[in-house]
Design a protein. Structure first.
Ligand SMILES: [Zn+2]
Length: 184
């Protein structure tokens, strides 16, 4: 079993996921409310993040961006840890929590060894999203309550309120490169 620097057996292990690419799995029981891992990586501005991934496809697995606030994005593609491999789910067992401009992944229920960890990415919608944006960010989490997309809110029409949108940006939203329209 892998150990962290302190020699304690680590809570998680990374292996191939049925949902998407690599996933992160519980290596031992994790209690509800436990802080599992910090989402680490290089801290860059939104403009830097956009420049970095402008030419890449939205489905590029190597893009791991997490919006911390209106100024900071964490690019886990640079100096990131295993947190970048945690997949999205519409019925997740974890949530992302922003504290002091740092991002943590916490358990929101008891998790058994071998269970895959996931949180709701709640990827923000942009005004200039292409019409097939939901397909681009299609969700295959397999949950009964799967909304079919990693985007939030679930439907375009649902985001009429500007205020709601602002709340989204400030919350724990993760997104991958948003430049698909330029590719076509
Ligand atoms: Zn889903």
């Amino acid at each position: 079993m892998a150990s962290d620097k302190a020699g304690k057996p680590s809570l998680t292990t990374v292996r191939r996921s049925q949902v998407h690419g690599s996933g992160v799995f519980a290596a031992r029981p994790i209690g509800k409310g436990a802080r599992i891992i910090e989402y680490t990586g290089e801290r860059v501005t939104h403009a830097q993040a956009d420049n970095r991934y402008e030419s890449k496809d939205a489905n590029d697995n190597h893009t791991f961006l997490f919006i911390v606030n209106s100024k900071i994005v964490i690019d886990a593609g640079v100096d990131g840890n295993d947190a970048r491999f945690i997949n999205h789910s519409c019925d997740p067992n974890c949530e992302s929590v922003i504290e002091g401009r740092r991002v943590f992944i916490d358990a929101i229920r008891d998790i058994a060894p071998g269970e895959e960890l996931a949180y709701d990415y709640q990827i923000q919608r942009d005004a200039d999203d292409p019409p097939d944006i939901d397909e681009i960010f299609a969700c295959r989490c397999g949950a009964e309550t799967c909304r079919g997309t990693m985007l939030w809110p679930a439907k375009r029409a649902a985001q009429k309120s500007k205020r709601q949108r602002t709340v989204r940006v400030d919350s724990a939203s993760k997104y991958r490169a948003r430049t698909v329209s330029a590719e076509r």
